[in-house]
Design a protein around this ligand. Structure first.
Ligand code: NAP
Length: 459
């Protein structure tokens, strides 16, 4: 049986990153009688704003002020430290809510699929970023910073972030909210050269111009761009016609190539049309074997890289692959293993790609559309999802089950200590006060047990 307008409408949002908050915000704005439980597996809210955005890009984090406002609405509860699939199952959300919005992001990463990728000094940018941002799951990651030369595979904005962090002096980073252990470890860094490696050309690079420009303005590192790698074919120019970001990128790269080195302590190299084919060395990495590529236009106009059979060896003792995040399946929820997203039609979950909608289930953010776009992109994306949700007839739920008390009771019986927004505000205050003494935005608490001490009362 279906009921068109349950009141209040009970919605579970799984994942308290930007897309989860934008989904909650859109629900609040579009429906008066709504009651939202916003879950996260970590005690802390904000997802990639806390654990992904680079620590030296604090301004981007001010978006959390808007999220705070969302959580201060009495119609929203934040329930951190609740893992979907174990603490709260698919059956539970179907039993207790009229609708669920999965907004879990893309927590994993893509691989290169080349020999040697399993070596310890071959990490993903996802891991490295989570490590320096103090993500509880990555505090013990071993990052071999005795490397003098580091290869960063990929030329997207994440590659720019990790290359910049490696190129900066520790004094520049020590004033940020980077995890204390990461600052201490970076203090021992022997890195002198960081190589960003693009498999395609300068016109195809994914980074944005502001982020690229910043690399040319580092106090601790000279930028190195090879003029011969900036030649752009007519096909490439045609493919980026009208694309102001990419045209501007080319201009900035040309300025960089023309700039004389200033003898700064480190060098940040941006290379194009090279693909790693093998990671060489024993247990440790010694070098990366690169193949030079040429570009070929496909029928659709996409410029694809094709190996030329010319190889070079790049000495490197640490390799970070930054070739894109990857969504993973949630227990009990359909998953498209080809695209690594939850199959959906404008946010309505489908039983399979191209299949029928699953009543009452929705998706927003990277797990809906793939790992692209900036934080703000998730706003329009979440609004689209919420529009579908509010237009649909939703499955019936008994008044008793559709209550906050029933969910609290369920979590209690499972022994789950939910971390609510007041707890987070107490932890947030503690972190910010700890930062004040040293002029930092905050000093992050990085262990879940230490975070949970700020839960004065159990839900
Ligand atoms: P991305 O922008 O998709 O870049 C991925 C890079 O990896 C591309 O250069 C891609 O090259 C390359 N790549 C993929 N497979 C490869 C392979 N097998 N071998 C070599 N290179 C390969 O992804 P991202 O950098 O992870 O960023 C994710 C999203 O977050 C983006 O939308 C980004 O703008 C955003 N972000 C924004 C900021 C910011 O605003 N400051 C910071 C961080 C992230 P091809 O183009 O050839 O596929």
């Amino acid at each position: 049986m279906s009921v068109p307008k349950p009141s209040p409408l009970r919605v579970a949002v799984i994942g308290a990153g930007p897309s989860g908050f934008y989904a909650a915000d859109a629900l609040l704005k579009q429906r008066e009688d709504v009651s939202i439980d916003l879950f996260d597996r970590l005690p802390t809210p904000y997802g990639l704003v806390r654990y992904g955005v680079a620590p030296d890009h604090q301004k981007l984090k001010s978006v959390t002020k808007l999220y705070e406002r969302t959580c201060s609405d009495p119609r929203v509860r934040f329930l951190g430290n609740v893992e979907f699939g174990t603490d709260l199952t698919h059956e539970d959300v179907r039993k207790h809510y009229h609708a669920v919005v999965y907004a879990v992001g893309a927590p994993s990463d893509r691989h290169l699929g080349i020999p040697g990728e399993d070596k310890a000094a071959c990490l993903s940018a996802t891991e490295f970023v989570a490590w320096y941002n103090g993500h509880p799951d990555y505090v013990d990651l071993e990052v071999p910073l005795d490397a003098e030369s580091v290869a960063v595979v990929g030329v997207g904005n994440v590659a720019v972030d990790v290359a910049r962090v490696l190129a900066k002096s520790v004094d520049e980073l020590a004033e940020t909210d980077m995890a204390d252990y990461a600052i201490e470890h970076l203090r021992t860094s022997r890195v002198t050269d960081v190589y960003m490696l693009g498999r395609r050309g300068p016109a195809e690079a994914k980074f944005t111009t502001k982020e690229l420009r910043e690399l040319g303005e580092l106090g601790n590192a000279d930028i190195v761009v090879l003029p011969e790698e900036l030649e752009v074919s007519d096909d490439s120019m045609k493919a980026i016609e009208g694309d102001t970001t990419r045209l501007k990128n080319l201009e900035v790269l040309r300025e960089m190539a023309a700039k004389p080195l200033e003898g700064k302590p480190r060098r940040l190299h941006i290379r194009f049309c090279v693909s790693p084919r093998e990671i060489e060395g024993g247990e440790r990495i010694a070098a990366v074997k690169l193949e030079r590529n040429r570009l070929e236009a496909t029928e659709s106009g996409y410029m694809q890289s094709v190996g030329t059979g010319d190889f070079e060896t790049l000495p490197a003792q640490l390799l970070l692959r930054s070739v894109g995040y990857r969504g993973t399946a949630l227990p009990g929820v359909p998953f498209d293993t080809r695209k690594n997203v939850i199959p959906n039609d404008r946010g309505r979950v489908l039983a399979a790609a191209g299949g029928a909608p699953v009543p009452g289930e929705y998706v927003a953010g990277w797990i809906k559309r793939g790992p692209t776009g900036v934080i703000g992109t998730n706003k329009a994306d979440a609004i689209e999802t919420v529009e579908q949700l509010l237009a649909d007839e939703l499955p019936a739920v008994s008044a008793e089950d559709a209550s906050a008390a029933a969910v609290d009771q369920l979590l209690r019986t499972r022994g789950v200590r939910a971390f609510d927004f007041e707890h987070w505000m107490a932890l947030d205050k503690h972190e910010q006060e700890a930062g004040k003494a040293s002029g930092r935005p905050r000093v992050k608490v990085t262990a879940v047990d230490d975070m949970l001490r700020f839960a004065a009362t159990e839900v």
